[in-house]
Design a protein around this ligand. Structure first.
Ligand code: GYE
Length: 339
């Protein structure tokens, strides 16, 4: 009797162990990889569909926009049962190159790359091409002579975003104001293009002038520090702030308030991204306008991944549509904002 009882216990234990192990190995094929070292899942079983493994080299976590993009890509991979290897490059191109090389060594099915700057990608993209691994660029573009080095670019039109910000400011100031500009990360596509689009518009208005321009690296803390320096040297001369993203605009708003100036009233503030905090700043009357730049790129990115893995073609460029939001609509739309 005793022996039979022990036997049953052993069988029950083995069943539980099998269930636990089975559950764990399933988890290994879903989205959770956070290091380039985690081995690529190879769960191909006879007759079963091969799991897709994707490496994602992200720039960092410098802004609300970027955090929203990361979440969108992670959530979408998880929803589709795709194994995502996520690596944060801490703003360094060298780290991104290292991550891509690791993904190639792991024989991933596709690579998603958000390139921090535009140049210097040719050698590593050639390695990916030789390994027949498609590269999907998200949100920022690269400057390469041969565009067969990447499969597609999914991004907004940053020049157009700069134009929208410039046009709004020209209208609000009757084409006359002294502007300070907070630029994004040097050599990054959105910093180059947002400057270009904005300048294209304001040069049509002789009364509009950029009196100071410096990088705030797309972060709140740097935007604030640069704005403090602008206020120190230009003071009340400053009539408008053009920030290449909302985080820097919010930093600038803090600096203006600390200096006893009234952002949104004494000084116009216009920026780009359309994150929730910017809508709140508009509701509070401190930010005048923001141009939306949609970071929720996960669904588009994985549509492209799945097509490419199935041997289908994708367009070379997928442009995400943007529009400008102002204070008068902020209150009504803030509750529906998704990021
Ligand atoms: O505007 C900014 C972020 O590359 C479009 O990078 C993106 C930009 C975005 O840090 O907030």
């Amino acid at each position: 009797m005793k022996k039979v009882g022990k036997g049953i216990l052993l069988v029950v234990f083995l069943c539980i162990a099998a269930l636990v192990i089975g559950g764990c190995s399933n988890q290994g094929t879903t989205t959770s990889g956070t290091t380039p070292e985690s081995p690529a899942a190879d769960t191909t079983k006879t007759g079963a569909k091969k799991d897709i493994v994707v490496g994602f080299s992200q720039i960092g976590a410098e802004s609300d926009w970027r955090r929203a993009e990361t979440k969108s890509i992670r959530d979408e991979a998880k929803a589709r049962g795709i194994d995502l290897k996520f690596v944060d490059a801490q703003q360094k191109k060298e780290n991104q190159i290292k991550a891509i090389k690791t993904f190639i060594a792991q024989k991933v099915d596709a690579i998603i790359l958000a390139p921090v700057v535009e140049t210097g990608w040719e050698p590593v993209l050639k390695e990916a091409k030789r390994a027949k691994i498609p590269v999907i660029l998200v949100d920022r573009g690269v400057d390469v002579a041969d565009d067969s080095l990447y499969a597609t670019l999914i991004a907004s039109d940053f020049v157009e975003e700069g134009r929208m910000a410039g046009e709004w400011l020209a209208k609000a100031t009757d084409g006359s104001c002294k502007i300070v500009e907070l630029q994004g990360t040097p050599e990054a596509a959105p910093a180059i293009d947002r400057k270009k689009g904005f300048e294209e518009i304001i040069k049509k208005y002789p009364g509009m002038k950029i009196i100071k321009s410096q990088t705030g690296d797309f972060s709140r803390i740097n935007g604030k520090a640069v704005m403090e320096a602008f206020i120190k040297s230009e003071g009340k001369n400053i009539q408008a702030v053009y920030a290449h993203n909302d985080d820097m605009a919010i930093g600038a708003i803090q600096a203006l308030e600390a200096a006893g100036m009234k952002p949104g009233k004494d000084v116009f503030v216009v920026s780009i991204d359309g994150v929730k905090a910017a809508f709140q700043a508009m509701v509070d009357g401190k930010l005048n306008a923001t141009v939306e730049c949609n970071p929720l790129l996960g669904p588009l990115a994985f549509d492209a991944v799945e097509k490419l893995v199935n041997g289908e073609s994708v367009p070379k460029k997928i442009v995400v549509e943007d529009k400008i939001f102002t204070q008068d609509v902020a209150k009504n739309v803030i509750k529906d904002r998704k990021y």
